[in-house]
Unconditional design. Structure first.
Length: 111
């Protein structure tokens, strides 16, 4: 059970890394090199790499790949919520309904 919680934390961390990449995409850079080699992008991809290692660790401790795949769908909840909080992006009722359906699927899978 603890390793499944670690995977959930890894999914949240990956969603935070996506926020770093979004932040990098909103900034204008003087060159293409600076656009891809800046702290936001390097940090975002570095965190994604660490998340990959955490997922491998959790799977080596008994979390099944099919469970990791289902847990990864929590990013469909984390990313819109973080983008709403951090960037003020809109959450429409249709998006909220879709997120709720995904969350119901995750819950049903683990019951």
């Amino acid at each position: 059970m603890i390793y499944k919680l670690i995977v959930i934390f890894a999914v949240f961390t990956a969603a935070c890394a996506q926020m770093l990449l979004k932040k990098a995409a909103t900034i204008k850079y003087p060159s293409v090199i600076r656009q891809y080699l800046n702290p936001w992008v390097i940090g975002g991809y570095g965190i994604m790499g660490l998340v990959m290692l955490v997922n491998i660790f959790a799977m080596s401790k008994g979390v099944q790949l099919k469970e990791v795949g289902i847990i990864e769908s929590l990013s469909y909840f984390f990313v819109p919520c973080l983008s709403w909080v951090i960037f003020g992006e809109k959450l429409t009722w249709l998006k909220i309904l879709a997120i709720a359906i995904i969350m119901c699927g995750v819950i049903v899978f683990f019951i």
